[in-house]
Design a protein around this ligand. Structure first.
Ligand SMILES: [Zn+2]
Length: 163
Protein backbone atom coordinates (compact mmCIF):
# COMPACT_ATOMS: atom_id res chain seq x y z
CA UNK A 1 0.00 0.00 0.00
CA UNK A 2 1.37 3.39 -0.94
CA UNK A 3 2.05 6.11 1.59
CA UNK A 4 -0.61 8.80 1.78
CA UNK A 5 0.12 12.24 0.38
CA UNK A 6 0.40 15.18 2.82
CA UNK A 7 -1.30 17.66 0.46
CA UNK A 8 -4.80 18.81 1.40
CA UNK A 9 -7.17 19.86 -1.39
CA UNK A 10 -9.46 22.63 -0.15
CA UNK A 11 -11.67 22.31 -3.22
CA UNK A 12 -14.61 19.91 -3.52
CA UNK A 13 -13.89 18.28 -6.87
CA UNK A 14 -17.43 16.86 -6.97
CA UNK A 15 -19.26 20.16 -6.43
CA UNK A 16 -21.39 21.14 -9.45
CA UNK A 17 -20.43 24.30 -11.32
CA UNK A 18 -17.15 26.19 -11.53
CA UNK A 19 -14.84 26.53 -8.54
CA UNK A 20 -11.24 27.56 -7.84
CA UNK A 21 -9.13 26.69 -4.83
CA UNK A 22 -5.76 25.37 -3.82
CA UNK A 23 -3.82 22.26 -2.99
CA UNK A 24 -2.22 23.10 0.33
CA UNK A 25 1.36 21.89 0.15
CA UNK A 26 2.96 21.67 3.58
CA UNK A 27 6.42 23.17 3.49
CA UNK A 28 8.19 25.36 6.01
CA UNK A 29 11.38 27.32 5.46
CA UNK A 30 12.61 30.91 5.83
CA UNK A 31 10.36 32.18 3.00
CA UNK A 32 7.26 30.20 3.93
CA UNK A 33 6.84 30.67 7.64
CA UNK A 34 3.16 29.72 7.55
CA UNK A 35 4.21 26.26 6.40
CA UNK A 36 1.72 26.01 3.53
CA UNK A 37 2.21 26.78 -0.17
CA UNK A 38 -1.11 27.16 -2.05
CA UNK A 39 -0.92 25.42 -5.45
CA UNK A 40 -3.81 26.60 -7.67
CA UNK A 41 -6.43 24.08 -8.78
CA UNK A 42 -9.86 24.57 -10.32
CA UNK A 43 -12.74 22.40 -11.41
CA UNK A 44 -15.62 22.73 -13.84
CA UNK A 45 -18.31 20.15 -13.16
CA UNK A 46 -21.42 19.40 -15.13
CA UNK A 47 -22.95 16.11 -14.07
CA UNK A 48 -21.95 12.51 -14.79
CA UNK A 49 -19.33 11.84 -17.43
CA UNK A 50 -15.61 11.55 -17.96
CA UNK A 51 -12.98 13.49 -16.03
CA UNK A 52 -10.23 15.33 -17.87
CA UNK A 53 -7.17 16.84 -16.20
CA UNK A 54 -5.36 19.76 -17.83
CA UNK A 55 -2.08 20.97 -16.37
CA UNK A 56 0.36 23.73 -17.27
CA UNK A 57 3.38 25.25 -15.58
CA UNK A 58 5.28 21.98 -15.38
CA UNK A 59 8.21 24.32 -15.78
CA UNK A 60 7.72 27.61 -13.98
CA UNK A 61 9.14 29.81 -16.74
CA UNK A 62 6.81 28.54 -19.49
CA UNK A 63 3.88 30.90 -19.35
CA UNK A 64 1.81 30.25 -22.47
CA UNK A 65 0.11 27.14 -21.12
CA UNK A 66 -0.48 28.77 -17.75
CA UNK A 67 -2.33 31.66 -19.40
CA UNK A 68 -4.33 29.30 -21.62
CA UNK A 69 -5.48 27.17 -18.66
CA UNK A 70 -6.38 30.27 -16.65
CA UNK A 71 -8.34 31.71 -19.58
CA UNK A 72 -10.04 28.36 -20.19
CA UNK A 73 -11.32 28.37 -16.63
CA UNK A 74 -12.80 31.84 -16.98
CA UNK A 75 -14.22 31.37 -20.49
CA UNK A 76 -15.77 27.89 -20.33
CA UNK A 77 -19.36 27.74 -19.02
CA UNK A 78 -20.11 24.50 -17.12
CA UNK A 79 -23.00 23.83 -19.50
CA UNK A 80 -20.54 23.47 -22.38
CA UNK A 81 -19.06 20.25 -20.97
CA UNK A 82 -20.33 16.83 -19.92
CA UNK A 83 -18.51 15.46 -16.88
CA UNK A 84 -15.65 17.16 -15.13
CA UNK A 85 -12.63 19.24 -16.09
CA UNK A 86 -9.88 19.65 -13.49
CA UNK A 87 -7.42 22.45 -14.19
CA UNK A 88 -4.00 23.07 -12.69
CA UNK A 89 -2.55 26.19 -14.34
CA UNK A 90 0.75 26.28 -12.44
CA UNK A 91 1.70 22.74 -11.55
CA UNK A 92 5.14 23.65 -10.21
CA UNK A 93 3.80 26.74 -8.46
CA UNK A 94 7.00 27.46 -6.46
CA UNK A 95 8.96 27.49 -9.76
CA UNK A 96 6.38 29.81 -11.35
CA UNK A 97 6.59 32.24 -8.42
CA UNK A 98 10.37 32.24 -8.80
CA UNK A 99 10.22 32.70 -12.63
CA UNK A 100 12.39 29.63 -13.09
CA UNK A 101 12.18 26.27 -14.81
CA UNK A 102 12.65 24.25 -11.61
CA UNK A 103 11.55 24.76 -8.03
CA UNK A 104 13.68 27.03 -5.87
CA UNK A 105 12.68 24.94 -2.86
CA UNK A 106 14.32 21.67 -3.89
CA UNK A 107 15.67 22.09 -7.43
CA UNK A 108 12.86 19.81 -8.56
CA UNK A 109 12.11 19.50 -12.28
CA UNK A 110 8.43 18.52 -12.34
CA UNK A 111 8.86 16.80 -15.69
CA UNK A 112 11.35 14.38 -14.11
CA UNK A 113 9.56 13.95 -10.77
CA UNK A 114 6.83 11.39 -11.54
CA UNK A 115 5.53 9.23 -9.99
CA UNK A 116 6.65 11.42 -7.10
CA UNK A 117 7.33 10.74 -3.45
CA UNK A 118 5.03 11.70 -0.54
CA UNK A 119 8.09 11.95 1.72
CA UNK A 120 10.23 13.88 -0.76
CA UNK A 121 10.70 17.57 -1.46
CA UNK A 122 7.82 19.83 -2.51
CA UNK A 123 8.15 18.96 -6.22
CA UNK A 124 8.04 15.22 -5.55
CA UNK A 125 5.07 15.67 -3.21
CA UNK A 126 3.09 17.57 -5.88
CA UNK A 127 3.95 14.91 -8.48
CA UNK A 128 2.87 12.17 -6.08
CA UNK A 129 -0.44 13.94 -5.44
CA UNK A 130 -1.19 13.94 -9.14
CA UNK A 131 -0.09 10.34 -9.57
CA UNK A 132 -1.96 8.98 -6.55
CA UNK A 133 -5.03 11.24 -6.33
CA UNK A 134 -5.80 13.04 -9.60
CA UNK A 135 -4.64 10.56 -12.24
CA UNK A 136 -6.85 7.78 -10.80
CA UNK A 137 -9.88 10.08 -11.21
CA UNK A 138 -9.09 10.33 -14.90
CA UNK A 139 -8.39 6.61 -15.22
CA UNK A 140 -11.48 5.50 -13.38
CA UNK A 141 -13.90 7.74 -15.17
CA UNK A 142 -12.42 7.88 -18.62
CA UNK A 143 -9.40 5.87 -19.77
CA UNK A 144 -8.62 2.63 -17.92
CA UNK A 145 -5.85 1.89 -20.42
CA UNK A 146 -3.79 4.74 -18.90
CA UNK A 147 -2.99 2.37 -16.03
CA UNK A 148 0.06 1.09 -17.88
CA UNK A 149 1.39 4.44 -19.08
CA UNK A 150 4.28 6.12 -17.25
CA UNK A 151 3.13 8.96 -14.99
CA UNK A 152 4.25 11.91 -17.13
CA UNK A 153 2.33 10.58 -20.14
CA UNK A 154 -0.94 10.63 -18.21
CA UNK A 155 -1.18 14.39 -18.13
CA UNK A 156 -2.06 16.74 -20.91
CA UNK A 157 0.97 18.96 -21.16
CA UNK A 158 1.02 22.37 -22.73
CA UNK A 159 4.78 22.83 -22.95
CA UNK A 160 6.24 24.18 -26.15
CA UNK A 161 8.06 21.68 -28.38
CA UNK A 162 11.75 21.42 -27.69
CA UNK A 163 11.62 22.56 -24.07
ZN1 LIG B 1 8.44 22.30 -20.23
Amino acid sequence: MSESNPITCNLDLDAPGKHAGTLDLVHSDNQHSMGVIPVPIAVINNGPGPTALVTAGNHGDEYEGQVIVRDLFHALPPGDITGRLILMPALNYPAMLDNHRVSPLDGGNMNRSFPGDPSGGPTAVIAHYLDSVLFPLVRRRHRPSFRRAPGPLRQLRLCLPGR
